[in-house]
Write a new protein. Structure first.
Length: 478
């Protein structure tokens, strides 16, 4: 085991172009831990490498499929050494005669978080004549004893952070089980395996990244004949997975060769989505409530990390320069945090009087309906707000700004209206065109709403998942 783990690290060093210092240090520690045969600590070390990379380093390492696969391969080696053997499943006869049991497993449930919202909609919309559904919440990163200090909110339980989500799941008639980690992550893996096997699922749908060792253990140990991994940004590329679901077409194409090598089928369907019923029902906010004139062209940006994205790589400066050239435009930034750095940029360019930052909104759709354009930030931007805007018919300006998920998800969602490559001038030219031509921006809003209805409304998404489940069950026919 020790030699193979070290060998995996050396292979990835040769194949991955970028080896950040935090990963290099982590792999060196992992070699020492493996050499001592401490498998519980080894699981913690692999998870820490991925978690630090995802939380603090903008996925500098694990966004590369070979790097993610290497870490998943080390999980496999450690699980085998720790005695977590993969189960052998006989070929099935296709779709079970009884209702198919689907176990949706996740690392946490959090109100407002895209994966948790998706889980709620899957539970609500899966055909209950065909599926029994249970949600297994493995508190591997949050409700731990002892607490994991490198997590941003190490002691926040899903029962608190995801109270609304949990109520919605239960209201839809699905069971929710919690598996807090008591002791090591290896203890958490064993507890989760016991809970998952008790459900006797036909399908495991795991919401996971390489920072989720308990999810990795569920896939590795084969708790169900069909083991699907749903990823939003960075996939958990475990050999034990029968399939991985991508919704970012560019990332799917990038990762396809690695999945083929691992023998994992790739599926594509939207994962994060929107609910056009809520878009239609939302009222239109009054501009005067936020201090924007009715005759202004209102530019809008929305996001939980908006301040960071505005100040990170020049987006805020470019926005301020655009506002200085277009006195008819006002900008509204909706989100959490201290917008003082943003206001400082705007004052420096003399446009602060046309900037409004009203804070965070529980539902941004009303203010979206009051706006004229949504500006998806670059080089990194969000996805949920893009979909909500599209569902409201608010045209979105988005750009393919790189190869990472956050660098192109907005553009992937927008489709043909997106700027096709990293071209800042083209981005702001598009904004200018739609500011000046109301007909063009209204037509863009109509196109994007039609795209949202066809591909990103949750009803369409869940039908896609039902198709994937059926394909995977049939693939196991002996």
């Amino acid at each position: 085991m020790g030699d193979s783990a070290v060998m995996s690290a050396e292979i990835v060093r040769a194949e991955v172009a970028l080896m950040p210092p935090h990963v290099d240090v982590g792999l060196k520690m992992l070699r020492t831990i493996v050499g001592a045969g401490d498998w519980a600590l080894a699981i913690e070390a692999v998870a820490a490498i991925a978690l630090i990379d995802i939380q603090a380093h903008q996925q500098a390492f694990v966004k590369q499929a070979r790097a993610a696969a290497m870490l998943s391969g080390v999980y496999t080696q450690v699980f085998e050494a720790a005695g977590l053997r993969a189960a052998a499943h006989p070929p099935s006869r296709g779709v079970p005669s009884r209702r198919t049991r689907v176990l949706i497993s996740t690392f946490a449930l959090t109100d407002g978080q895209s994966a948790s919202t998706s889980i709620v909609r899957w539970v609500e919309l899966l055909d209950r004549n065909r599926y029994d559904v249970c949600v297994l919440c493995c508190e591997e990163l949050t409700e731990r004893e002892p607490a994991l200090s490198i997590v941003k909110r190490p002691t926040v339980r899903s029962s608190d952070a995801g109270a609304d989500v949990i109520r919605s799941i239960r209201a839809a008639g699905a069971q929710v089980e919690f598996v807090p980690t008591r002791g090591t992550l290896l203890d958490g893996c064993n507890a989760a395996l016991d809970a998952a096997r008790g459900f006797e699922p036909d399908v495991l749908l795991s919401v996971a990244s390489p920072a989720c060792p308990i999810q990795a253990a569920l896939v590795h140990a084969g708790v169900a004949p069909v083991r699907l991994v749903m990823n939003i940004g960075v996939p958990l590329l475990m050999r034990g997975a029968t399939g991985i679901v991508y919704h970012n077409e560019g990332k799917a194409a990038d990762d396809a060769p690695v999945l083929e090598q691992l023998g994992i089928r790739q599926h594509r369907v939207a994962t994060i989505g929107t609910d056009l019923r809520l878009c239609d029902a939302a009222p239109t906010a009054q501009r005067k409530a936020i201090g924007v004139p009715d005759d202004a062209v209102m530019l809008l940006s929305v996001g939980n990390v908006l301040v960071k994205r505005l100040t990170f790589a020049g987006f805020g400066e470019a926005l301020a320069r655009f506002l200085s050239r277009h006195p008819e435009c006002w900008w509204v930034g909706v989100g959490r945090g201290d917008f003082a750095p943003v206001h400082q940029i705007m004052r420096r360019h003399g446009v602060a009087d046309r900037v409004r930052t009203p804070g965070a909104f529980g539902d941004p759709r009303p203010i979206m309906k009051a706006a004229d354009l949504l500006l998806n930030e670059y080089p990194e931007g969000g996805g949920n707000t893009v979909l909500e805007a599209m569902g409201c018919g608010l045209p979105v300006v988005a750009m393919h700004a790189g190869r990472g998920h956050a660098e192109r998800i907005g553009a992937m969602l927008v489709g043909e209206d997106a700027i096709a490559e990293l071209n800042v001038e083209a981005y702001w030219t598009r904004v200018q065109e739609w500011v000046r031509d109301r007909g063009a921006r209204c037509a863009a809003g109509a196109r994007q709403r039609a795209r949202a209805r066809a591909e990103f409304d949750y009803t369409a998404i869940v039908r896609g998942y039902e198709r994937i489940i059926a394909e995977e069950l049939l693939a196991r026919v002996g």
